[in-house]
Design a protein around this ligand. Structure first.
Ligand code: AQP
Length: 331
């Protein structure tokens, strides 16, 4: 039986990257097994967060999950800090994770940048908490965007380290699932950089709550080149911004990049961009309005999160009980 786990940090406005790289791909998976979708607030505080914003963004992520089609009758939606076993297992796993493994993680290098000495320990050990998030539910499949592949490989290594250390076959090695046509959506200002909620430029991303006008404006201003669109995919390789916009179009239209190029071959961006904006608005507009509706019903939203908490806690505490026994903690 498949057990699926994934999560998003409430560290900013959710972006088109979070949607195409993650949430959109979660919807069909709900039919394939037991699914748990988390709002990973413990991860969010690895970078300073304003407490009032953190609270409202946590609810906004939950509302977006629901608006995109996560069904609370089928799947659990819950907040990471509501299930204390995540942090407890992270400590245990951190005692088995060599520093050398963490030193290889590119996300820490990117986020800490030149301020490495000032970066928090939590930012450095973030992938260990992520491993705990996954392993505490004995997850079999983890649908994520491409940027998370390295962390998923580490989670498998950590599971293996635990099994070896305690001479058991306890933790399941989770499979990363990098799904969809756009597993890595790039910045609208720089086609070589990932679209990110923490990018200082709002023009670099499409936020899930952007108005139709904002979407139109951001697509109009998106960086491109003066060449018309080519007829084949190979010719996009050296044109990162063009490649990004065409890939976004394909992911939204649920067709191949080849098909988009067949349709728009020879078009200038002045013709392609309005079509892309129109398609984007037709998909994100209804999700935005549905998110707003959920946010107006805070009682229902919080009830869903409490149910998620209770059921997730039951699963996580059962794993922790076994972990304590295997380690030799007094029962
Ligand atoms: N640009 C992206 N393209 C494809 N997938 C993406 N994801 C994020 N950005 C893109 C996927 O969304 C899930 C949740 O990611 P996250 O928000 O928890 O963390 P992140 O990957 O660090 O995303 P951001 O936007 O860059 O957040 P900040 O700026 O706060 O660090 C993951 O499955 C991720 O792959």
């Amino acid at each position: 039986m498949k057990r699926i786990f994934s999560g998003i940090q409430p560290s900013g406005n959710l972006t088109l990257g979070n949607y195409l790289g993650a949430i959109k791909n979660w919807i069909p998976l709900q039919k394939e097994g037991e699914a748990l979708f988390c709002i990973v607030d413990l991860h969010a505080i690895t970078i300073p967060q304003d407490p009032i914003m953190l609270k409202s963004r946590t609810l906004e992520v939950a509302a977006t999950y629901l608006a995109c089609g996560i069904d609370p009758q089928k799947s659990l939606i819950f907040v990471q800090s509501h299930v204390s076993q995540h942090a407890e297992l992270a400590w245990i796993l951190s005692c088995l994770t060599p520093l050398g493994w963490l030193n290889r993680m590119t996300q820490f290098k990117d986020k800490a940048g030149k301020q490495r000495e000032q970066a928090a320990l939590g930012l450095y050990s973030y992938p260990v908490l992520q491993a705990a998030d996954i392993l505490v539910y004995q997850t079999t499949h983890v649908p994520v965007g491409e940027d998370q592949k390295q962390h998923l490989e580490l989670a498998r290594d950590i599971a293996g380290a635990f099994n070896r250390a305690y001479n058991c076959n306890f933790f399941i090695l989770p499979e990363p699932q990098i799904l969809g046509i756009a597993p890595r959506v790039m910045s609208l200002r720089d086609g070589t950089k990932k679209m990110s909620k923490s990018d200082p430029s709002d023009l670099s991303r499409i936020n899930m709550m952007d108005s139709d006008e904002e979407i139109n404006q951001k697509i109009r201003k998106a960086k491109t080149d003066p060449e018309p669109l080519p007829g084949n995919v190979g010719e996009l390789a050296t044109r990162p911004e063009a490649q990004n916009l065409v890939t976004i179009y394909a992911a939204l239209a649920e067709c191949s990049v080849e098909k988009v190029l067949q349709e728009f071959k020879g078009s200038l961006f002045s013709a392609f961009k309005p079509k892309l904006a129109e398609l984007m608005i037709s998909i994100l507009g209804p999700i935005r309005e549905e998110t707003k509706k959920w946010l107006q019903d805070k009682v229902e939203l919080e009830t869903i999160l409490r149910v998620g908490q209770q059921q997730a806690t039951a699963k996580a505490s059962s794993t922790l009980k076994d972990v304590h026994r295997l380690i030799g903690f007094l029962q």
